[in-house]
Design a protein around this ligand. Structure first.
Ligand SMILES: CC(=O)SCCNC(=O)CCNC(=O)[C@H](O)C(C)(C)COP(=O)(O)OP(=O)(O)OC[C@H]1O[C@@H](n2cnc3c(N)ncnc32)[C@H](O)[C@@H]1OP(=O)(O)O
Length: 201
């Protein structure tokens, strides 16, 4: 039985993974009292701080991290859609969600509470630190490292062996040719710095 913490858009896809894995949902929680139902499930306001077997179903890296910090919970080891492909010697941290048709190739190391979104590709020997979000359809090529809390936008491509810093935002469709420093927002082809990411303040 899995507790789903979060009830908005990302949670809908998480619920579908749980259902497709033939697992049961214990409860769905959200602080937002305006959300009373999701996909036919009632949504409850979280009252306790201690939960067992939780998945934090919140797409925003900063909010997901804040919730993880405030809970005293055990997290599902990882929630992996059965259409995804996971290579040899891949490690996946607690609370990470791997969505439909994602591919994680050999020897990749995926941190805790990451999101490997639908149809994305995380190539061999990639290292994703905790709370990274690889958005739908993006490609993180071989040997890339991505720092904690960073997001790779939908359809972006990171060239091999690059280092992406912490709390970086990579725009949708970007082609990243160079290392990216902590807190940068980059976009375009080739990707260029747009500004500093203030979503960690
Ligand atoms: C399941 C899911 O849905 S997961 C969700 C996945 N989400 C994403 O992939 C979203 C990724 N986010 C983006 O691409 C955003 O546009 C960001 C973060 C790069 C920039 O967002 P903002 O800071 O709001 O930038 P803003 O929209 O003000 O644009 C600033 C400039 O950058 C340009 N720009 C914005 N995004 C991009 C992009 N992806 N590629 C190229 N240029 C871009 C804009 O055209 C604008 O240019 P201008 O100053 O010449 O007019």
């Amino acid at each position: 039985m899995i507790t789903v913490y979060g009830a908005s858009g990302h949670a809908k896809v998480v619920i579908d993974i749980i259902k497709s894995n033939q697992k049961k949902i214990a409860q769905i929680l959200d602080d937002n009292e305006a959300i009373t139902k999701v996909l036919g499930f009632l949504v409850e306001k979280p009252v306790a701080k201690t939960y067992r077997d939780v998945v934090i179903a919140i797409g925003d890296n900063k909010i997901r991290k804040a919730i993880v910090k405030q809970l005293d919970a055990t997290y599902v080891k990882a929630l992996i859609h059965n259409t995804s492909v996971i290579g040899s010697d891949v490690t996946v941290g607690n609370g990470t969600v791997i969505m439909a048709n994602a591919i994680v190739n050999a020897c990749a190391k995926i941190g805790a509470h990451c999101i490997i979104n639908s149809g994305s590709i995380v190539e061999h020997d990639v290292v994703l630190r905790d709370f990274v979000h690889v958005s739908p359809g993006s490609i993180v090529t071989g040997g890339v490292t991505v720092g904690e809390g960073s997001q790779i936008g939908a359809g972006a491509i990171i060239l091999p062996n690059l280092s992406i810093g912490k709390n970086v935002m990579i725009g949708a469709g970007a082609v990243v040719l160079k290392n990216v420093a902590d807190n940068d927002v980059v976009a375009g082809n080739p990707a260029r710095i747009l500004k500093k990411n203030t979503n960690n303040e």
